[in-house]
Design a protein around this ligand. Structure first.
Ligand code: FE2
Length: 230
């Protein structure tokens, strides 16, 4: 059985943001053709990996809550990828990068410690369910490993970019002295050829596209099954 990533509706691209000190604003993401006309913003990942809804709300609702938080992470990572190489908010990017590992792991622990056992013991479980849950478990492991690597690369990119800007500013202030020592700043992040940005963008898209496929599967198959179980 194969599953294709589900395209998102415009409503799903609405997200609360906390950006440059303006909290609780609402940004609606537009198609790529018009996105360049709008100020870039990174959706907030606040609440990502937070404890699921309390007892009484149901496991299905709690899983939906966790999946929505993971979808917000994907939106934030896509906004970062779209901003490469130079249109990035350094602090917001670092915040997103540092939230990836802890948030992903909390979400996965909830699924594997709560959701999967409920499904396994259900009378509505199909014969294929065990194999499906095993596959999802391996995808969790891959996403955690990939997420850690991505977070490191994001942090390295922001720090290298900041150092390059600092060096460039220093050169501008002391051109002769800097020139006499032969110091050359790193290639500006906005240059047309930026292999580091291209590699990071490729990595970002690989991560959030894979995670979106995983989320879509769980939304379309696990949530309805949990709701049926009750
Ligand atoms: Fe999952």
């Amino acid at each position: 059985m194969t599953f294709q990533p589900r395209s998102q509706s415009e409503a799903e691209f609405s997200a609360e943001v906390s950006y440059q000190g303006v909290a609780s604003a609402v940004v609606v993401f537009h198609p790529a053709a018009t996105r360049g006309e709008l100020p870039r913003s990174v959706p907030s990942v606040d609440g990502f990996g937070a404890a699921p809804l309390g007892a009484g709300s149901g496991v299905a609702a709690a899983l939906s809550h966790q999946l929505a938080a993971q979808r917000r992470l994907c939106d934030a990572l896509e906004a970062i990828a779209d901003g490469l190489p130079d249109d990035l908010d350094a602090q917001q990017t670092l915040h997103v990068a540092r939230s990836i590992g802890p948030g992903i792991r909390r979400a996965h622990r909830f699924e594997e410690d709560t959701v999967f056992p409920v499904l396994k013991t259900s009378r509505d479980a199909s014969p294929e369910l065990s194999g499906t849950l095993q596959r999802l478990h391996f995808e969790h492991w891959e996403d955690e490993s990939f997420g850690d690597e991505l977070a490191d690369k994001l942090i390295d990119y922001v720090r290298t970019r900041a150092a390059a800007k600092h060096c460039k500013a220093s050169q501008a202030g002391f051109p002769r002295r800097m020139g006499s020592f032969g110091i050359v700043a790193a290639e500006p992040a906005g240059s047309s050829a930026n292999p580091a940005a291209e590699a990071l963008g490729y990595m970002l898209r690989g991560f959030f596209e894979g995670l979106r496929r995983h989320i879509a599967f769980e939304e379309e198959h696990l949530v309805p099954l949990l709701a049926k179980i009750g």
